[in-house]
Ligand binder design. Structure first.
Ligand SMILES: [Zn+2]
Length: 334
């Protein structure tokens, strides 16, 4: 019996618990739906509204950001967006470049560019201030020659160098390029020293100011006779003017190799700065182009002649390979 009474008694607590639980649930539910809360249909509806509102907010945010970018681009007007026929320099390019390339190739890519035209790529600054900030670490000296050139490295104040590693990255590239034995430092006649201008005696000026400049200042300083973005040496003020547009975009003959093109810019313009006034033609078909060849325009003599008919090599059809170095096979030993 005890077993039986146990049998009778045992289900009681669970049954009560079940009942209490059911009552508690019933208290919260009306017609099978939560009472005092929301019906299943309401939950679905609210969720749907929430999703729609979220999507709308996200869309308006995205649109908003887009217009901010647009405004920024317009208001600045100092930096250009990547390529396109609206680019002023490219319109100028067609003035000097003649007919070559125009309408000859399919749309897009390097094939569509005219001779001397700026390749597609990052933003660059058009607006110049004509003022410069000194950048980099002075101190480096290299080369064994008696003719010593002191230099400083400068960036025009309107330029934002952060897109290509900052001011110091530019200065470091100048130092690294010139101190490479394949550069002018390898010429036994020359030596170089990156100096702190403030520490020069008697207000002495450095022999070379190696500057990164806006297109406006470059055109003012170098002229834009050829109607293409160019760099130059301006000996009157001992300036080596490196066009930021080229630093960022390079040139067609270097086929996107920006590092090599930057080395070429430095070596070519400093070449003028250390006394190489004349340009050199390609002398061997398929050989490495001389650093003093105008490789920004072309690696083919006749093509350079089209843009720059003052050059003495006329319609010579030789084509070289791009080369940034003064002594591509090692330093000069004579
Ligand atoms: Zn030149």
């Amino acid at each position: 019996m005890s077993g039986s009474s146990n049998f009778e008694r045992r289900p009681i607590p669970p049954a009560r618990e079940v009942r209490e639980a059911r009552e508690a649930r019933d208290a919260r539910m009306v017609n099978g739906e939560p009472r005092g809360g929301l019906t299943f249909r309401q939950v679905v509806l609210i969720t749907a509204i929430f999703v729609v509102v979220t999507l709308l907010v996200m869309r308006s945010l995205i649109n908003g950001l887009g217009s901010v970018e647009g405004v920024k681009g317009d208001a600045k007007a100092v930096t250009r967006e990547a390529p396109g026929p609206a680019d002023g320099s490219e319109q100028n390019g067609s003035n000097g470049a003649g007919e070559h390339g125009a309408g000859e190739h399919g749309a897009g890519g390097y094939d569509d560019l005219k001779l001397g035209e700026l390749p597609p790529g990052g933003k660059y600054t058009t607006k110049g201030s004509g003022k410069f900030r000194t950048v980099g670490e002075p101190g480096k000296s290299f080369g064994e020659g008696k003719k010593k050139f002191t230099y400083v490295v400068e960036v025009e104040t309107t330029l934002k160098a952060s897109a290509y590693g900052g001011d110091d990255a530019f200065a470091a590239m100048v130092d690294a390029t010139l101190s490479n034995p394949k550069s002018w430092g390898g010429d036994p006649r020359f030596s170089f020293q990156h100096v702190d201008e403030k520490k020069l005696k008697n207000g002495e000026e450095p022999d070379l100011r190696i500057q990164l400049t806006s297109t406006e200042t470059t055109a003012k300083t170098c002229g834009d006779t050829y109607g293409i973005e160019t760099s130059c040496n301006y000996p009157g003020e001992r300036r080596v003017v490196l066009n930021e547009a080229r630093w960022v975009r390079g040139a067609i003959p270097f086929e996107g190799d920006l590092g090599a093109y930057r080395q070429y810019m430095i070596n070519h313009e400093v070449g003028h700065g250390v006394g190489h006034k004349a340009h050199k033609p390609c002398t061997r078909e398929g050989g490495l182009a001389p650093v003093m060849m105008q490789q920004t325009i072309s690696l083919n003599n006749a093509e350079i002649y089209k843009i720059n008919p003052e050059e003495p090599f006329g319609h010579d059809s030789k084509t070289c390979r791009a080369n940034p170095w003064v002594f591509p096979y090692g330093p000069k030993d004579s």
